[in-house]
Design a protein around this ligand. Structure first.
Ligand code: PEP
Length: 253
């Protein structure tokens, strides 16, 4: 089974509309030659989604959002529903990022509800899981990831699951400059795939793309992406500069 490599850039709470449009223009130029081999998505802040969506027209770069609410609409001041994102041309929604888990109380059950909302609106989830440093040092990595995955994915069948993207992001590697070694990452990715096999069967598990995230840069991307179960990357800091992000996209031989 060949899984198409998927590189997504998470801009977090960075970039004004004007800055976003400059970055999109630079990215379109920088990655035009590789875009068929590798799927590319960018997740700007909510405020830039609409103009970035327009700026991505006729490109093969997909638009992603960084979060959404589980309800379609209603009295949820300050929140954004999945249908609102779909209307803007969003294809993917990042759910359960460790910053949302740690800073905003996101839970696996919440991610599960948001996943249903994202699918119902006609988009696909990028579901983030990963252990803290304490959990890794206590040899609990695989158990933590298993609990998160089961909590996030419960209730979804193989037909839906085949389209999901999972991002393994060790919390200790996010924004720290510390990257998991390719061996450490591959071990967890293989475990995730075996859990998906248990949930949905081998055929479906082989279709699911599992991204690695955590200080991915041009100089470590090729090694990580060469691992059999690493099907792409979720990139934070290095997605904010076109040249850096393009170098990661081009790292997949
Ligand atoms: C992220 O926020 O998903 C991430 C992986 O960040 P960074 O690449 O900066 O570590």
């Amino acid at each position: 089974m060949t899984r198409r490599c998927f590189i997504a850039g998470n801009w977090k709470m960075n970039k004004s509309v004007a800055e976003s449009l400059v970055l999109v223009r630079e990215l379109r130029n920088a990655i035009s030659v590789v875009r068929d081999r590798v799927e590319v998505a960018i997740a700007p802040p909510f405020t830039a989604l609409h103009p970035v969506s327009k700026a991505l027209e006729d490109s093969n770069i997909s638009l992603a959002a960084q979060n959404c609410h589980a309800a379609e609409s209603g009295a949820f001041t300050g929140e954004i529903g999945a249908p609102m994102l779909k209307e803007l041309g969003v294809s993917y929604v990042i759910l359960g990022h460790s910053e949302r888990r740690q800073l905003f109380g996101e839970t696996d059950a919440g991610v599960n509800r948001k996943t249903a909302a994202v699918l119902k609106a006609g988009m696909l989830p990028i579901i983030c899981v990963g252990e803290t440093l304490d959990e890794r040092e206590a040899s609990r990595t695989l158990a933590v990831v298993e609990t998160q995955l089961k909590g996030c994915l419960g209730g979804f069948g193989a037909a839906e699951g085949a389209k999901f993207v999972i991002a393994y992001e060790p919390v200790w590697a996010i924004g720290t400059g510390k990257t998991a070694t390719s061996r450490q990452a591959q071990e967890v990715h293989a475990h995730i795939r075996s859990l998906l096999t248990g949930l949905w069967g081998a055929d479906t598990a082989q279709q699911v793309r599992i991204q690695y995230g955590g200080s991915v840069k041009a100089d470590n991307a090729a090694e990580l992406l060469s691992q059999p179960d690493i099907d792409g990357a979720l990139v934070g800091g290095a997605s904010l500069k076109a040249a850096d992000f393009a170098a990661i996209v081009k790292a997949k031989a």
